[in-house]
Design a protein around this ligand. Structure first.
Ligand code: CMC
Length: 431
């Protein structure tokens, strides 16, 4: 494969353009079509980017057919079993697992950056009382660009590092504040003695009136979920961060654009959509009717939490989350949770149904994560913010990789124009 050559030929003139092969360490190579327009005067057309690599990257590798996901070469199941989210953050950002002292220094820095400027907090006063937490997360993260001007020389590696530490440290504080705003409770300050996920749970569920003890099993379950969500190569939100970042904009603004992209139900919003779907189905006895609607594509009804652009065998994250789901429900005495029963029934039917088999649709990461979140007492509209908190490290790593790369150019796709051909302006009274 790596030695094959590819070319595009103009069938009329016979003019040929070689497409140099770009190969990585593992996985599918890419044919470089960058010169096609100059040489042949045509664009390549690939809406939805099903065959298009937008970049080279050394952060995350996915083999969709084999169900493999690697962060910096390490299989995600090994990381989920043996590592911690904070260690994975270091790995994703720096490319190597940290030595003990490196991990301590990194974790110490993240813990010390958890507070948000008092001025940032006042943004929440302006939001409507029932604003969706993702709306607040998008807005407030964008607003950070107005507060941390001191370290936004994107060409300076130390500035990039400080930005990443601030972003990773502050995003749980912002997400928890969005929840508190929504629920009408006072904001809780971060507790830097707590680990990353315990701190998030504390900021969400503690109230000043009484002591709050974080459930270590809940914190551990969240930590594993966060490891699984930390990065996923060039998904829609990461590509959005890269695209915005390619203009040289403020990095907090770039992350805000990624959060906005994540919100959609086809992407990170799917975890919320799964629970909404389960609520709508209501009972196992309604599953066959619902499945008929999905297969007949009634008003675009989809089995949310199923299918993936890249995974055409299984989503390795879903496998791990499924196990976690059982563990958490057992720990909380919710083994017979009706939502889980319903989800398992949907899964069973879909996995044995030709519609799903032919289209290679399998449960994805979002199918089970919502059930765990719900069991942990996290409200449905906070599911996607949880995903955003976990994915922030991936966004920061991709933004840094792209910004440090001297060959990066502004991302500026082209189009095939289908509008009116040139025509002359007609005065209003003559139309
Ligand atoms: N339920 C029913 N049919 C589906 C589903 C689904 N969940 N997903 C895809 N299909 C069908 C689709 O209708 C199409 O059928 P046909 O060939 O007859 O036209 C075929 O499968 C291919 O679908 P597609 O929309 O062309 O595939 P895509 O790669 O563009 O979309 C996807 C991928 C994830 C957006 C899609 O599978 C989907 O909408 N899934 C539900 C939403 C979801 O769970 N999203 C979370 C993805 S994982 C986490 C993340 O990325 O954040």
């Amino acid at each position: 494969m790596t030695s094959a050559t590819y070319s595009l030929v103009n069938n009329e003139t016979g003019e040929k353009t070689e497409l140099p092969l770009i190969t990585g360490t593992i996985g599918t190579p890419g044919a470089d079509v960058g010169k096609v327009y100059d040489k042949l005067g045509i664009f390549t057309y690939d809406p939805g980017f099903t065959s298009t690599c937008s970049t080279k990257s050394s952060i995350t590798y996915i083999d969709g057919d084999e169900g493999i996901l690697l962060y910096r070469g390490y299989p995600v199941d090994q990381l989920a079993a043996h590592s911690s989210f904070i260690e994975v953050c270091y790995l994703v950002l720096h490319g190597e697992l940290p030595k003990k002292a490196e991990l301590e220094a990194f974790e110490g820095s993240i813990r010390r950056h958890t507070m948000i400027n008092e001025g940032v907090k006042r943004f929440f006063d302006g939001f409507y009382h029932d604003a969706h937490p993702m709306a607040m997360l998008t807005g407030v993260t964008g607003a950070l660009s107005a507060f941390y001007h001191d370290t936004t020389n994107n060409k300076d590696a130390r500035h990039r590092e400080i930005f990443a530490h601030r972003m990773i440290a502050k995003i749980p504080t912002i997400a928890a504040a969005a929840y508190k705003k929504y629920s009408g409770q006072p904001f809780m300050h971060p507790q830097n003695k707590l680990d990353y996920c315990s701190n998030l749970l504390h900021m969400m569920f503690a109230v000043p009136a009484e002591p709050y003890q974080v459930d270590p099993i809940a914190a551990k379950a969240l930590d594993v979920l966060f490891i699984l969500h930390a990065d996923h190569e060039q998904n829609a939100s990461t590509s959005t961060v890269r695209m915005a970042g390619s203009t040289g904009c403020n990095p907090y603004a770039a992350i805000s654009s990624g959060i906005a992209a994540l919100w959609g139900p086809l992407h990170g919003g799917a975890n919320e959509a799964v629970l909404t779907m389960l609520d709508e189905i209501g009972d196992v006895k309604h599953v066959p009717d619902f499945m008929d609607k999905v297969k007949n594509k009634v008003e675009g009804v989809r089995l949310m939490g199923f299918g993936h652009r890249v995974y055409k065998n299984f989503d390795p994250r879903a496998k791990i989350i499924r196990e976690q789901c059982h563990k958490v429900l057992k720990h909380l005495g919710k083994e017979n949770d009706p939502k889980m029963e319903l989800a398992l029934k949907l899964e069973e039917i879909a996995l044995n149904d030709d519609y799903f088999k032919e289209r290679k649709l399998y449960p994805n990461v979002d199918f089970y994560s919502g059930i765990i979140y719900e069991a942990l007492g996290i409200p449905v509209n906070m599911f996607t913010p949880m995903f955003a908190v976990a994915r922030t490290v991936g966004w920061c790593a991709h933004w840094s990789e792209m910004t440090a790369d001297k060959t990066t150019r502004i991302a500026r796709p082209r189009q095939v124009y289908t509008g009116a051909a040139t025509r002359d302006y007609v005065a209003c009274d003559k139309r």
